[in-house]
Design a protein around this ligand. Structure first.
Ligand code: KMH
Ligand code: ZN
Length: 291
């Protein structure tokens, strides 16, 4: 693993130190198209969204897909088509969700990697998820991580709670470095059942990450703006998108994913840490360009 002397969690370990990596999570598995009409659910809508978000400053796209009825699916053929279409249309790093929906089986979630993405999410533990449970037992985590290593898919470690950070340390100790040789984490804050989305919690979580890790943070729902500012202030990167919030401001629905990326990029500019290009993000994360 690349361990750089003198770096600590919270400072970007590679690539342009000042830039902010912005990931967009445009769809998720939870919102319904009938309730949130701006949600991109078809391949065409997703590709249009990806281009707009790239223009607005995103470097990574975290992808959940939907079927013809706009329901969440992990259909492998659809996932392959999606990876190909996003690569043809943009230079974004394509990160497929292995979390899927809370109803997805472990086998189907492992199969996601066979779609050949650049990167994938890898959640480091089970968490209460509103009225549901998002299941990520140790055995599944290990199988998923071993498969990312075998296929060269770069994982992003999704951390919903403090116990997930302990599990991440255990995973790295037992199975070694990730594909790409660099650890990048995403703090997912404000899920009902996970860690709260506030500045004090963020600082505490960052202090527990592996020493050479880079990290981003996302706040769910009303914690999206406070987490965005806390992450920038603490030297982290950002994830935004309609997977995480469908409300732009009190009483005002999100009109498009691009406006969330625009707001994140504007905040990053104000923080003197402008958005990072996909090419620089590939260097930081250790993601080869498969296009
Ligand atoms: N939809 C959630 C149950 C991930 O993408 O890896 C899980 C999730 C995490 O969204
Ligand atoms: Zn997701």
């Amino acid at each position: 693993m690349t361990v750089q002397a003198g770096t600590k969690a919270g400072t970007p370990a590679r690539g342009p130190r000042q830039a902010t990596l912005i990931t967009v999570a445009p769809t998720g598995a939870e919102s319904e198209k009938s309730v949130v009409p701006a949600l991109p659910v078809t391949l065409e809508e997703l590709v249009t969204t990806a281009k707009e978000c790239r223009e607005a400053g995103a470097a990574v796209i975290h992808v959940h897909i939907r079927d013809a009825a706009a329901k969440p699916t992990l259909d492998l053929a659809r996932l392959k088509d999606t990876v190909q279409a996003l690569r043809e249309a943009t230079d974004l790093i394509v990160q497929l969700s292995t979390g899927g929906a809370v109803t997805d089986s472990f086998d189907n979630r492992l199969t996601v990697l066979d779609a050949g993405p650049d990167a994938c999410s890898l959640t480091c533990g089970t968490v209460n998820f509103g009225d549901d449970v998002f299941m990520n037992p140790w055995g599944f985590m290990k199988d998923l991580y071993a498969k990312t290593q075998a296929l060269g898919v770069v994982p992003e470690f999704e951390l919903f709670d403090f116990g997930h950070i302990a599990a991440l340390h255990r995973l790295l100790a037992e199975l070694g470095e990730p594909a790409g040789g660099h650890v990048h984490c995403d703090l997912v804050m404000g899920v009902p059942g996970g860690m709260p989305g506030d500045a004090a919690t963020l600082v505490q979580a960052v202090s527990a990450l592996p020493a050479s890790a880079t990290w981003s943070a996302t706040g769910i729902g009303r914690s999206s703006v406070p987490v965005l500012f806390a992450a920038l202030a603490a030297g982290g990167h950002l994830r935004v998108g309609m997977e995480d919030t469908v409300t732009f401001a009190r009483g005002r629905p999100v009109a498009s994913n691009a406006e969330l990326v625009e707001r994140a990029a504007a905040a990053a500019d104000l923080a003197q840490r402008p958005s990072m290009s996909p090419a620089d993000a590939r260097v930081m994360l250790g993601v080869p360009d498969h296009r």
